[in-house]
Design a protein around this ligand. Structure first.
Ligand code: SF4
Length: 221
């Protein structure tokens, strides 16, 4: 994944992918590995997610009763520099716009998926010029939808995370440190990341320090 800047209009913001907000919220290092190292490793959970998305990732437009359903809808927010694709967006005849993000795993209230789907809602507001105050996450494990209220605190979280991802993108490929906690057990990137090996060890800290000593020396040449 590479960054790109929009020309003109609102500031030349580096564009932040919506999926990166979820990755960063889960673990900043996971986001760095994907965005900066172009690294991604599948495990059983991510393959399940890919299979689940095959149906909703096919662009389409279906109407049924009072709801028109759009699949794989590209969305963006010029002011916040966000861009991505919504799995499903429902357009109700009463004016309600409802983004629905599909996840294969269990739903965790207030978790990373909430930030991703709230960002989708903010993009849809920008595009349709209409309030989008509710979103939903369909959990394949739970086999049901969970409603997410897009309140002010969640919007602030979206913007803070967007800024954090943008800082990461401009960090000259400096990966965040591993979290090395229970999140690593459910992370498909653990083999690339080596969290236990690296976290807090003197060898890692020394190697990091030496790396930048070398860089500084080269800069002075
Ligand atoms: S293994 Fe742990 S530290 Fe490494 S990317 Fe995954 S969650 Fe983050």
């Amino acid at each position: 994944m590479t960054t790109a800047s929009r020309q003109g209009g609102e500031a030349d913001l580096a564009q932040v992918p919506l999926s990166a907000l979820e990755h960063y919220t889960y673990c900043p290092r996971q986001c760095g590995l994907i965005l900066l190292e172009d690294s991604f490793t599948d495990d059983a959970a991510t393959v399940r997610g890919t299979l689940l998305h095959q149906r909703v990732d096919t662009p389409g437009n279906r109407g049924r009763g009072t709801v028109r359903t759009l699949h794989a809808l590209p969305v963006w927010h010029d002011g916040h520099g966000l861009t991505g694709i919504c799995d499903t967006v429902e357009l109700h005849t009463d004016g309600t716009i409802l983004p629905v993000e599909h996840k294969s795993g269990r739903y965790y209230p207030g978790g990373p998926a909430d930030v991703q789907v709230a960002a989708q809602a903010m993009c849809l507001e920008h595009m349709f010029k209409r309030p989008v105050t509710t979103a939903a996450i369909y959990s394949g494990t739970d086999r049901r939808r969970h409603t997410v209220t897009v309140h002010e605190a969640l919007r602030t979280r979206v913007l803070d995370t967007t800024n954090a991802v943008r800082n990461l993108l401009s960090s000259n490929h400096m990966l965040p440190s591993p979290v090395a906690d229970s999140r690593c057990r459910r992370c498909s990137m653990a083999t690339d990341c080596m969290p236990k090996l690296l976290a807090g060890t003197r060898h890692y800290q020394r190697a990091l320090h030496d790396l930048y000593v070398i860089d500084e020396a080269q800069d002075d040449e």
